[in-house]
Design a protein around this ligand. Structure first.
Ligand SMILES: NC(=O)c1ccc[n+]([C@@H]2O[C@H](COP(=O)([O-])OP(=O)(O)OC[C@H]3O[C@@H](n4cnc5c(N)ncnc54)[C@H](OP(=O)(O)O)[C@@H]3O)[C@@H](O)[C@H]2O)c1
Length: 392
């Protein structure tokens, strides 16, 4: 009898109304009884409204990933309505984002730009220089959100040669807090932190707690325990790879197809909506403006039903991480064997970088992205020239 408690006061109010003459006091008591009889619904959240972070700044719930995108594609995303762009120093294309943003004419105050420190930039003395460099590339005076990309630190100029304990970011965070105080980063957060790592940072943070944890999350890998933990500590969750990296992979899940068919909406929109409805922001990536428009429309619907959620929960049993933790990034859950692999890699790469010159991971990524962008621009120009020739 789930409604019994709710029905009682309503019935009492009706009986009372029939038996007593009306006066103000009686009406007030009746109103109180009737109010109890209609269960208060929590105000429905509008997913079109931005999410307010613990920093007090607002973040659009649907952002667009920028990994491996070229300037023209980012420009097309902005033209399709994207206002929240997820960047990272290791994507190597912050300059392309900066040029696309500048050319779009979208006022800076309407944009939400995120960037992420790479793993060899976590020493406190490197943090400010890394952000200044990103600001220059992005052609802006501040980022809306600065994240630590992974809960691992590499020695400057190395890969896989660990720098201090996994998950110890207190000194890095203090340097980031100074950047927030200077106004160069409006909100601070982390990415890929597990519960233990995030708890530790929440304890270590002196003035500004992390506002965001960006983690993998999609219907096939809900990451629900971590999502619940973050939300319980007022840390907003942003789902990376919210389409599983490849919607065909999500499409192998017939339950998501069924949901999409029922709502006459695209599978991708249903997948994004599923995250939005559990309070998680999303950053899908797309090279096509039509897909971007479809993703942005997830804030408007479809509204999923309890049946949809049950079907999706059943289909989740086949879920797994996209990048399995084979080197012990999350010591609390990694197999001992994987932690040993991580330790051996650390030993081997530490020895290697003792004799070979360091690598500039971000510089390397930028050079590669620029090379690919040139090839892409040449291919587009050749295609356009061929089309013109055909028309003539
Ligand atoms: N913090 C981290 O460690 C981390 C790790 C990975 C990724 N990320 C961030 O998350 C972003 C997204 O992740 P992701 O690119 O790996 O995976 P994703 O967004 O889950 O999937 C991207 C794929 O979905 C397709 N797609 C997007 N929207 C679609 C739509 N509406 N309809 C049909 N297909 C659609 C895209 O193809 P089309 O191009 O054809 O649309 C693309 O192949 C990245 O760009 C990056 O910013 C962060």
């Amino acid at each position: 009898m789930p409604n019994a408690k709710v029905a009682e006061p309503g019935a009492a109010a009706e009986a009372w109304a029939a038996s007593e003459p009306a006066d103000d006091a009686r009406l007030a008591r009746m109103r109180a009884l009737l109010e109890q009889s209609s269960p208060k619904k929590a105000p429905r959240e509008s997913y079109q409204d931005p999410m307010v972070l613990s920093s007090g700044y607002a973040m659009p719930r649907v952002g667009l990933g920028t990994a491996h995108l070229f300037e023209a594609q980012i420009a097309a995303n902005l033209a399709a309505g994207a206002r929240h762009l997820d960047c990272a120093r290791i994507y190597g294309n912050e300059a392309a984002v900066g040029r696309a943003v500048r050319a779009s004419g979208v006022p800076r105050c309407e944009l939400f730009l995120t960037t992420k420190l790479w793993m060899d930039e976590a020493r406190p003395e490197r943090v400010a220089a890394a952000l200044d460099d990103s600001l220059q590339q992005l052609q802006t005076s501040y980022v809306d959100l600065l994240l630590i990309h992974w809960p691992l630190k590499f020695r400057p100029g190395t890969v896989l040669a660990r720098d201090g304990a996994v998950g110890d970011f207190s000194a890095t965070w203090a340097a980031m807090e100074a950047l927030a105080a200077s106004g160069k980063a409006r909100s601070l957060g982390v990415s890929n932190f597990d519960e233990a790592q995030l708890s530790r940072l929440l304890d270590d943070a002196k003035t500004i707690p992390p506002a965001v944890n960006q983690v993998e999350a999609h219907p096939k890998f809900p990451n629900q325990a971590l999502v619940d933990f973050c939300l319980s500590r007022d840390v907003a969750v942003v789902a990376w790879g919210p389409l599983g990296g490849d919607p065909r992979r999500l499409g192998e899940d017939s339950m998501l197809w069924a949901t999409a068919k029922m709502h006459a909406a695209s599978l991708c929109r249903c997948a994004l909506r599923w995250n939005l409805e559990r309070g998680v922001a999303v950053i899908p990536k797309s090279t096509r403006p039509a897909h971007v428009a479809d993703a942005l429309a997830a804030t408007a619907g479809p509204r999923l039903t309890a049946d949809d959620r049950r079907l999706l929960a059943d289909s989740r049993r086949r879920g797994s991480r996209r990048f399995p933790d084979v080197i012990g990034v999350w010591p609390a859950t990694a197999f001992v064997g994987f932690r040993l692999v991580g330790w051996w890699l650390h030993v081997v790469f530490s020895a290697l970088f003792a004799v070979v010159p360091g690598v500039d991971a971000v510089g390397f990524a930028r050079a590669r992205a620029a090379r690919k962008e040139r090839r892409y621009a040449a291919a587009v120009a050749a295609r356009d020239a061929a089309a013109d020739a055909k028309r003539d």
